[in-house]
Design a protein around this ligand. Structure first.
Ligand code: ZN
Length: 172
């Protein structure tokens, strides 16, 4: 293992309890799955590039996940950056898991997939606006984003994401 790899592992060991991520734009889908798993994960905006991303990762104490090898070679990147393949979500997820052990069911659906904000239980009014079949599943499984008010309930979209997380958990 390279010196940089050792350093990354040491950083991860220190922060594993509260590891937070910052994904570059190429890894937006992975970022959403990390949010689904319950990890605090920011995703770079279209205008945010290399130097700014690295500075943000350091400032916010996040591991920067990127497909950009050159970025990882910067001095300030040591122990802070993990380079991942960009060709396929499954491959990318497994490569991350190999670098940092990921609990894909750490706290499922406790964060908004779109903006990373914490979810809260839906109010009766929010539940009333859902389709009938969503309301029938029970109050305990319906959550709302504290930021954008998007409502999450275990419909087909959420089920598909859970299935993917389960596949990644099984193939560890
Ligand atoms: Zn939201």
């Amino acid at each position: 293992m390279s010196r940089q790899g050792d350093s990354a592992a040491a950083t991860v060991a220190m922060t594993i309890g509260a590891v937070k991520f910052l994904c570059d734009g190429m890894l937006t889908r992975l970022g959403r799955f990390l949010r689904a798993a319950g990890y605090d994960t920011e995703i770079a905006g279209p205008g945010e590039h290399d130097g700014a991303l690295l500075a943000r990762a350091i400032h916010e104490d996040r591991l920067l996940l990127t497909c950009d090898r050159e970025l990882a070679q910067r001095r300030a990147a040591e122990g802070r950056v993990i380079v991942l393949p960009s060709n396929g979500l499954d491959r990318t997820a497994r490569a991350l898991d190999a670098a940092v052990p990921i609990d894909w069911f750490r706290a499922p659906f406790t964060r908004c997939l779109v903006d990373n904000s914490p979810l809260r239980p839906a109010t009766p009014e929010e539940r009333d606006r859902l389709p009938t079949r969503a309301r029938e599943i029970g109050d305990d499984d319906i959550f709302t984003c504290s930021q954008c008010s998007r409502v999450y309930w275990p419909g087909s979209h959420v089920r598909r994401i859970r299935q993917r997380l389960a596949e990644w958990s099984r193939s560890k």
